[in-house]
Design a protein around this ligand. Structure first.
Ligand code: ZN
Length: 132
């Protein structure tokens, strides 16, 4: 993950470049076998580079998702107010409706779990916390 994958991509691109440069200098009439070997190396190096770039692309997508999740939680946090231990969301934010949410689930896992009140007591359907 991370910088190690970037280093792998740079190394793979470097090898590819060196092989391509060497290929340019091969005399095709005199060194057919050498040309074929170098061409095979070039194709392998291109395949390695493709895999590494694919890994980096996936990693980048995961990091973007993580950043968006942090931004969403930051936007929600400024609209939450602690009332008797639970959170009240003042207005619809990031797709979450105005209402009461479990502070425990938000703090522990970043989850916005709306509280229900089946027996007049605000209860979290996920962690079963009661707020009175
Ligand atoms: Zn909860």
């Amino acid at each position: 993950m991370g910088l190690a994958n970037f280093k792998m991509a740079l190394d793979a691109a470097g090898k590819l470049y060196e092989t391509a440069k060497a290929l340019r200098n091969i005399d095709l009439k005199l060194e057919t076998a050498k040309f074929k070997d170098s061409m095979a190396d070039l194709l392998n190096q291109a395949a390695d580079l493709k895999v590494t770039i694919s890994d980096l692309t996936n990693e980048n997508r995961l990091l973007e998702e993580e950043i968006n999740s942090f931004k969403q939680r930051k936007n929600i946090r400024v609209k939450l107010h602690l009332v008797n231990g639970y959170y009240k969301l003042d207005e619809e934010t990031e797709g979450f409706k105005f209402g009461n949410y479990c502070s425990s689930c938000f703090e522990k896992a970043g989850l916005m779990i709306p509280l229900t009140s089946p027996l007049e007591v605000l209860t979290c359907p996920s962690c079963k916390a009661h707020y009175e």
